[in-house]
Design a protein around this ligand. Structure first.
Ligand SMILES: [Zn+2]
Length: 445
């Protein structure tokens, strides 16, 4: 048994000074603890968070520069003890995609689960969804942009219905793909090829229009993933007020960066090409308001680790650049530091980065909580250390971080994965993740 003595536990509802006892993989006791024979670890002056969960990653993507092992090593170094990765269908069925992802994730350094992402409505889709549900899969993702990933309207509506039948949680990439294609074509005809046009041809209204399209057809629980704009946020707020079952996720890039980063030299600007794109600063401020008033419920990364080299090599125009940025390693530090600086507090950060995620995806209270019986996924954090993010400090492969030079207050000292010390002062000690099953029901969102 290991006894963490003298720390302060941070939960979504507040901060409590308490000792914490681990036995095996779980939390055994919390409070004022004297346990003869336990290994006592002094954590006075430190904060203890439940392990953070990143519910939106694309690890081991073709075109990306990491795999499940290297990406999740970065994740756990950065305080993320579980990821939920998008398992995307290709030429075979959804079950085949599930098996493929299971095989890739065998080498994961943190715990994991998948959202399934069907790109067609195959005849056997409903049957496959039941099969997947029995194996702990309860969340899905559908696209309204990207021709190779989105369905036609009939299939889209039928798939939404089928997902509602099994009570699945449905994340949707909301961008109006047709409008974007038209705007891209017009821009290219005018000879506009620079990175800034990536954002100009995907304006905020393409997000809000896609949300309207979706909500006019949706039946069940909907999650607007990577919400990026004020326009989109207002539509989510509106549908919530209408009593619709809708939540929203955003990402650090939309909270910290803005569109001016696309308006610099091509070589620099390509580092900030991802979709939805960066917006002007007023959108960023609106999203922070959406966090403060509870319209945005989770913060993920949309981690998709494309290198700068792969984005700039053979550049022809903005529409052909690989979309995606690394983020799984920096999310927790950036957000804890920023929530503290903005006076939102660490407890609120725990809610959006861990507790609410666990609840939405049927992992609570095993994950996302500091409670007796919960998994001992713990992040020990020194809130006083000042440091600066640099690519050379990153563990995930790649040639840049979008947050180069960002000053951070607070630093992770140790990370435990199910009771085992996985990271100690920036050193990874070895850890092996495990598939986690969701136990989501219609009414635990
Ligand atoms: Zn994504």
């Amino acid at each position: 048994m290991k006894l963490l003595r003298g720390g302060r536990l941070v939960r979504s509802d507040g901060i409590e000074p308490a000792d914490l006892l681990m036995e095996g993989e779980t939390i055994k006791a919390i409070g004022k603890i004297d346990q003869p024979g336990a290994e006592v670890i002094d954590v006075s002056g430190k904060l203890i968070f439940p392990g953070f969960i990143d519910p939106h990653t694309h690890l081991e993507m073709s075109g990306g520069c990491d795999d499940f092992h290297t990406a999740t090593k970065g994740a756990i170094m950065g305080g993320t003890t579980m990821v939920i990765d998008y398992a995307t269908q290709s030429s075979g069925g959804l079950v085949e995609a599930f098996h493929l992802w299971q095989a890739m994730a065998q080498k994961s350094c943190c715990d994991y689960l998948f959202h399934m992402s069907p790109i067609r409505k195959d005849k056997q889709l409903a049957e496959e969804m039941f099969w997947l549900q029995e194996r702990g899969i309860s969340s899905y993702k559908l696209y309204l942009a990207y021709d190779d990933l989105r369905m036609n309207e009939t299939d889209f509506v039928e798939t939404l219905k089928a997902l509602d039948v099994i009570g699945a949680f449905v994340g949707v990439h909301c961008e109006d793909g047709d409008r974007i294609k038209q705007l891209q074509q017009e821009a290219l005809e005018r000879g506009e090829i620079e990175p800034l046009s990536h954002a100009l041809t995907r304006p905020p209204e393409t997000e809000s229009r896609a949300i309207d399209y979706l909500m006019n057809r949706a039946e069940g629980c909907i999650n607007i993933v990577h919400l990026s704009s004020k326009d989109g946020l207002e539509r989510v707020r509106y549908y919530k007020q209408q009593g619709k079952d809708i939540v929203a996720e955003t990402c650090p890039q939309y909270l910290l960066l803005d569109r001016s980063l696309l308006d610099q030299s091509r070589e620099e600007a390509v580092k900030f090409i991802f979709s939805p794109p960066l917006r002007t600063a007023d959108h960023r401020d609106a999203l922070w308001q959406g966090i403060a008033d509870g319209v945005i419920t989770t913060i993920a990364t949309d981690h998709c680790n494309c290198s700068q080299a792969s984005k700039i090599n053979n550049y022809t125009d903005f529409s052909r650049v690989l979309n995606g940025i690394p983020g799984v390693e920096t999310r927790v530090h950036l957000m804890l530091s920023e929530f503290d600086k903005r006076g939102l507090g660490y407890a609120k950060a725990v809610e959006l980065l861990s507790t609410a995620v666990a609840k939405q995806y049927g992992l609570y209270p095993q994950k996302g909580e500091l409670a007796v019986g919960s998994d001992a996924d713990l992040v020990i954090y020194d809130p006083t250390v000042e440091w600066t993010i640099k690519q050379e400090l990153m563990s995930t492969p790649g040639d840049y971080t979008p947050y180069e030079g960002w000053n951070i207050t607070g630093k992770i000292a140790q990370v435990y994965l199910r009771g085992q010390l996985a990271v100690d002062n920036e050193k990874w000690l070895g850890s092996l993740g495990r598939f986690q099953t969701a136990r989501r029901t219609h009414d635990n969102s």
